[in-house]
Design a protein around this ligand. Sequence first.
Ligand SMILES: Cc1ncc(COP(=O)(O)O)c(C=O)c1O
Length: 412
Amino acid sequence: MAASIFAAVPRAPPVAVFKLTADFREDGDARKVNLGVGAYRTDEGKPWVLPVVKKVEQMIANDNSLNHEYLPILGLPEFRANASRIALGDDSPAIKENRIGSVQALGGTGALRIGAEFLRRWYNGNNNTATPVYVSSPTWENHNSVFMDAGFKDIRTYHYWDAAKRGLDLQGLLNDMEKAPEFSIFILHACAHNPTGTDPTPDQWKQIATVMKRRFLFPFFDSAYQGFASGSLDKDAWAVRYFVSEGFEFFCAQSFSKNFGLYNERVGNLTVVGKDADNVQRVLSQMEKIVRTTWSNPPSQGARIVATTLSSPQLFAEWKDNVKTMADRVLLMRSELRSRLESLGTPGTWSHITEQIGMFSFTGLNPKQVEYMIKEKHIYLMASGRINMCGLTTKNLDYVAQSIHEAVTKIQ
Ligand SMILES: Cc1ncc(COP(=O)(O)O)c(C=O)c1O
């Protein structure tokens, strides 16, 4: 028989975070803990369907006026408008001046991808694959690949995490912006930076915006955790709104995977803020072309859930409460873990656990210590030392703290 025409296809390495979850699932040890996956878990270690989502799902199921016709290419209008509104704020000048547009996308990833495709085709010249794209060091690993697959050839990193001080390297970041070629694209985490859990303060954002404006750098916000950083939607959108007030044109990719718990429904939105309505409409017309050949038109269920929730004051209030429940549980796990490590006398300082925000913490564990945690303790975390605080529960906190203590004291 002739060899397969695919015989020369090399096997791609597995995606680390999904591999980690698969390994966790296969682990038969009763003590096992998954601190890898980027999803919320209850104190029982279970996924959570938000009560408001359950309620709205029932409303949708009982609404006989709905059907399964195709949505418009750019998505459900009520979803797009409401999603952009929670990013930009009710009284956003950009909304009032009618110079924003939105594209419903398949998750935050889809929003990033549509934005990246557009920029490659139409930004800084046509098909300018040489425009540098800067991602934070470290960042969510998909940022690189999404922009590379969209055709960008020059993906660079900017300084972000200062390992020694376990905080933001503001000066390194600003220096990189000063040195970047004009019109470079900068991917900025809007809040709850993944994986470090460290965000610039408002004053630091102001410094960032000043340099970006002077150097003609393009901000592309990635907002995957609005509500998770502080528990408040408005506080978490501060940076995005500040950039509007400073007159920037920018993109903002929003994910509703985490703050609505709609991971597998793939609900995202790409907000475009431009100088005027005419510019935005031309941009959207090109984005429509990109969507048409990518997924043609988006799925409706998740977008309906989000649109229904955001457009009713009562449901909106319920949702904000649900978000706060998640954010508060994360805060509690942070303080509980920190106090356990401190009372065990685990070498090092652990204040960063409570200073960091959002779902993740960068523990500072090195790859060997991570390996010890997985192999000896059945506690799964990313090689970078990132842990998902939601994987902690009142039942496993002692075990996790004791295991971190052992990893740090036994393995250098
Ligand atoms: C920083 C960041 N951006 C984007 C996403 C993508 O989210 P989605 O699942 O909605 O595509 C994630 C998800 O983990 C993320 O952490």
